[in-house]
Design a protein around this ligand. Structure first.
Ligand code: 2BA
Length: 109
């Protein structure tokens, strides 16, 4: 069994949960915040049997779209940047950032 940790944009989250659920995957949805943009995103925990892993990845790839966003705030301000005026920078936020972990044990009580 594997655990997928999928960080996706809020705009895609609800369609992705619906698509995964309708294909029989279990999903937990968490409200999260990206470190760079400091904006909300969504993290899904998806536990999948090895034989269904490719199917889950395909659903994520199909539903999640990459988009351009404007970052107006630097992620970190150093002391010498006290009077720094942030200027907007365009970044491409991915469709999904997915981590795949091996699950040692899975139990439900
Ligand atoms: P954020 O950290 O808010 O990053 C949003 C987008 O900003 C990133 O999209 C990337 O295009 C850009 N970006 C991030 N750090 C940057 C930097 N130091 N300089 C210039 N541009 C930068 P994605 O790479 O698609 O990431 C989307 C979200 O996925 C991230 O939101 C973060 O919440 C998560 N993420 C991405 N890589 C991660 C990692 N290695 N570990 C944990 N979370 C990650």
């Amino acid at each position: 069994m594997k655990l997928l940790i999928a960080i996706v944009q809020d705009e895609d989250a609800s369609r992705l949960v619906s698509a995964l659920m309708s294909e029989g995957y279990g999903v937990t949805k968490l409200a999260t915040t990206g470190g760079f943009l400091r904006a909300g995103n969504t993290t899904l925990l998806i536990g999948v049997d090895d034989c269904k892993l490719d199917g889950a990845m395909s659903v994520i790839e199909r539903v999640c779209k990459s988009r351009k966003q404007i970052a107006t705030q630097p992620a970190q301000m150093s002391p010498g940047m006290a009077n720094f005026t942030p200027f907007p920078v365009e970044v491409v936020v991915g469709g999904a950032t997915v981590f795949q972990l091996n699950v040692e044990q899975f139990k439900k009580f």
